[in-house]
Design a protein around this ligand. Structure first.
Ligand SMILES: Nc1ncnc2c1ncn2[C@@H]1O[C@H](COP(=O)(O)OP(=O)(O)OP(=O)(O)O)[C@@H](O)[C@H]1O
Length: 805
């Protein structure tokens, strides 16, 4: 018997709420019981607020989706009035409600739902076309002069896009999501959604499989259509790889994951045979590749092979260091040492010398081991050997011959500051478009030396494109810290390259400190080696530890920040870092509190609300995606310097002006989804950045997230001061938990291309090499290999049977 059947409903007349799920406050891990907040669109309850808390057994329910709930109002002794749900169903919006949603969206300020409904009811479903054809039609609607103007002006301005937006609203997307979808697919939006609604789940952040599946259902795709099953399987591989950072999965894991995904989304029993058959079809079509017991998305399978092939090709292209290299080097290194006023250590000299003589060289080391000092040495000696000027003013219209790049905006900026030379993000260097690494269109690099810093953040997809863009004769030096968190996207490229015995490399161990001992660096190295120093809780000149539990975190962070402020630290000087968004010690809660003390609302001053946060002038914000067209990248920090209200703007659209290190960018409301408050940010987002002071709360509540790389990465973000706070046990758990290696096959591919000996490796390497010779563009498609009979798509698939579940 379900929990719902136990409820006494005898004395109830049927009460309902139609509304969208705003938030899921609680979900029981054992049952389907949930406590949710619903934003009310319609109800027959006697309820004056816009929201209501609802409880019940919900097998699948998604934030942002509208449902029809039936139940009764009850009074909880502690939480007050709540709506107890007996049953619920998905409320798919109609085209009419889509049109109403569009006309009452932010685009049309001053027009609310009531007025929008009136417009649609008076003029019908072709209201927009009618108004555009004949403006007088608006006169009959009884709107104010202002409303009439807004309507006509915006309909004219958006002519062409509005039908698409209306259709998207009809599918239940709010105006922000509709804009995000439209921005991605433009005039092809409707066609793409009808052809393959599941693309939305793969390509639009914030849209999950279930959401796409609801649209598929609406346009008539049955639950057992091959298209749906295949989409579920592809989503399954994608989700597993994204979540775990692996580049492949296996049949059992995939089939289980897909079965859960498909049956949670629509309550229809599917036979395991159906899934197994469709997986084989995907393999036959070359969309997925099976090898031994591994199953790859074709993209990752090819990327790993291409990376290995390309790196071998670059490594084996001749290098000319001059006949007198040893003598030249001795002389030049002495000169650089004199200029920098330092003596390079033995390992540092080895690194510089080897890097200069290698086509591909890997350099890893923790903080303070001298990576930047080595990069400066390499650049200086390289320039002297090649007779290259390092004066950028001499390269007005020409490309600077030494390329420096890093995966994030802040890391590249830091590289630019520490070397005094131009440095860019990898995305910019490659000319990649917004936010995706699927771009096959990219620049080919020009120049003779490329140095990439923060390599641990580079994922398989991006490195594949980078390798493809590098000319064979370019020298490539990859620098990073292998103990930091691996990339967000699948792969652990830097760790895998370092594990290859065929690539020259150095791991720097000695720490070079000039003057005052830095206890932060000592701490970082201890964490890396799996220990915490005995004096971890002692106060030092540059670090301290404040013990408190998760409910005290908010208060302690507040006190620390207030004290820092009183000591003259600016908001940009200190950064609170945390691993998780939710909970009393989570990022969201801390941001809310920090904003209140660092940039409180002042009556009469502008502020705008978005996604349960307020934005005010002076707020510190984080950019969440790559936008090379505006020269801002995922992880960049900025400050809101202006708020333009809809009244003040020509197009009646509100916007925020955000300053990212002197680069001012305007964000219309539809783009606010790309930013969030940044007084506290996640450790992942802080990778590649450094802050004067880091405030780091760690509590057991974060347990799921805690591991050594995470703590190490957080600690190494602090340049001058580090304030640790929280539960000592959480720090101990972090140090003790070593993250499991990601499952990738780049090492095998490197082994295979460099040592083509075991018979099957030879064959696979040859497959790629032969094809490479024939494809000038260097694109090897698995389908080509399959068609040529060189790869059997069923490898690894033979084992797939319904018993794999
Ligand atoms: N051989 C050396 N002699 C004296 N000082 C050195 C030497 N090598 C590096 N340093 C100094 O040590 C400090 C750390 O060096 P550097 O910034 O190059 O390290 P890093 O590995 O890039 O560190 P991080 O990753 O923290 O930026 C700098 O102040 C640098 O000047």
């Amino acid at each position: 018997m379900s929990q719902l059947d136990l409820l006494d409903r005898s004395d109830e007349t049927e009460k309902y709420i139609i509304g969208s799920v705003d938030a899921i406050f609680f979900e029981s891990p054992e049952t389907f019981y949930k406590v949710i907040q619903v934003k009310i669109a319609q109800t027959n309850l006697n309820w004056s607020e816009k929201e209501i808390v609802a409880t019940g057994s919900f097998a699948d329910i998604n934030e942002g989706v509208e449902y029809h709930f039936v139940g009764k109002l009850v009074t909880h002794p502690r939480y007050g009035q709540q709506f107890q749900v007996f049953n619920y169903q998905n409320e798919m919006p109609s085209s009419k409600s889509g049109l109403i949603a569009y006309l009452s969206s932010d685009t049309f300020t001053g027009i609310g739902e009531k007025t929008a409904t009136k417009i649609v009811e008076t003029l019908g479903m072709d209201a927009i076309a009618q108004i555009i054809a004949d403006e007088k039609k608006v006169k009959k609607l009884g709107l104010s002069k202002k409303q009439q103007e807004t309507l006509i002006e915006n309909l004219r301005a958006n002519n062409g896009t509005q039908q698409i937006i209306v259709e998207l609203n009809g599918f239940g997307f709010g105006s922000q999501m509709a804009a995000a979808i439209y921005n991605r697919y433009r005039e092809k939006t409707v066609e793409i959604i009808h052809e393959d609604p599941y693309r939305l789940a793969r390509e639009i952040p914030g849209i999950g499989f279930k959401r796409a599946d609801q649209i598929a259902e609406k346009i008539g795709l049955a639950a057992d259509t091959p298209q749906r099953i295949k989409a579920g399987l592809l989503q399954g591989i994608y989700d597993i790889c994204q979540e775990k950072g692996n580049t492949y999965t296996n049949a059992e894991q995939l089939l289980n994951q897909t079965m859960v995904l498909l049956s949670n989304s629509r309550r229809v029993e599917l036979s395991p045979e159906l899934l197994a058959d469709q997986l084989l079809e995907l393999a036959n079509d070359g969309v997925v590749v099976g090898e031994e017991n591994r199953i790859y998305l074709r993209k990752y399978y090819e990327s790993e092979w291409r990376i290995a092939e390309r790196i071998k090709e670059i490594k084996e292209t001749k290098i000319n260091v001059g006949s007198n290299f040893d003598d030249d080097f001795k002389h030049l290194i002495a000169k650089v040492e004199e200029q920098l006023g330092i003596k390079y250590g033995v390992d540092q000299i080895e690194a510089i010398k080897e890097a200069l003589q290698s086509k591909v060289y890997l350099l890893t080391g923790g903080p303070g081991t001298g990576k930047t000092t080595i990069i400066n040495g390499i650049v200086a000696i390289y320039a002297a050997l090649k007779d290259i000027s390092l004066d950028i003013n001499e390269y007005k219209n020409e490309q600077f011959p030494i390329l420096l790049a890093a995966p994030t905006g802040r890391a590249s900026k830091r590289m630019n500051e520490t070397t005094g030379l131009p440095a860019s993000t990898i995305h910019r260097l490659l000319g990649l478009g917004s936010g995706d690494e699927d771009d096959s269109e990219h620049n080919q690099l020009e120049g003779s030396l490329l140095i990439v810093d923060e390599m641990s953040m580079v994922d398989t997809g991006l490195f594949d494109i980078l390798m493809d863009a590098i000319p064979k004769n370019m020298q490539v030096i990859l620098v990073g810290d292998k103990d930091q968190l691996p990339s967000v996207g699948p792969g652990q490229v830097f760790a895998d390259l370092l594990a290859s015995p065929d690539l020259p490399k150095i791991e720097l161990k000695a720490i070079y400190r000039q003057e005052n001992e830095s206890s932060i660096i000592t701490l970082a190295h201890a964490i890396k080696d799996g220990t915490l120093p005995a004096d971890i809780k002692e106060g030092k000149r540059d670090r301290s530890f404040i013990e408190c539990n998760s409910y005290q975190i908010e208060n302690v962070v507040r006190q620390v920040v207030e004290r820092a402020k009183a000591k003259g630290f600016k908001t940009r000087d200190f950064q609170v870092l945390a691993p998780m968004y939710r909970g009393p010690a989570g990022i969201d809660k801390l941001n809310e509190m920090l904003q209140e003390i660092l940039n409180p609302h002042i009556t009469g001053k502008k502020q705008v609300e978005f996604n349960k946060q307020y934005f005010r002038i002076g707020d510190k914000v984080l950019h969440l995606v790559n936008a090379p067209e505006n020269n801002i990248f995922n992880g960049d920090l900025g400050e809101i310097v202006g708020i333009v209200t809809s009244k003040e703007s020509k197009d009646h659209q509100e916007s925020l002006i955000i300053d990212f290190d002197d680069n001012e960018v305007e964000f219309k409301r539809k783009d606010w989804i790309k930013i969030r408050l940044a007084y506290c940010i996640s450790i992942h987002k802080a990778q590649g950045s450094e802050f004067k002071m880091v405030i780091l709360p760690m509590v057991q509540q974060y347990t799921r997230m805690l591991n050594r790389n995470l703590l190490y990465t957080a600690v190494t973000r602090a340049r001058d001061f580090l304030i640790l706070l929280g539960e000592p046990s959480a720090y101990i758990s972090s140090v003790n938990r070593v993250a499991v290696n990601r499952e990738t096959t780049l090492i095998q591919r490197l082994m295979a291309v460099f040592n083509p000996s075991p018979a099957d490796n030879v064959e696979k390497a040859d497959n790629i090499s032969e094809k490479k010779g024939t494809y000038e563009s260097d694109t090897i498609l698995t389908t080509d290999l399959i068609n040529s009979g060189k790869i059997d798509p069923m490898i690894g698939m033979g084992e797939i049977t319904p018993s794999s579940f």
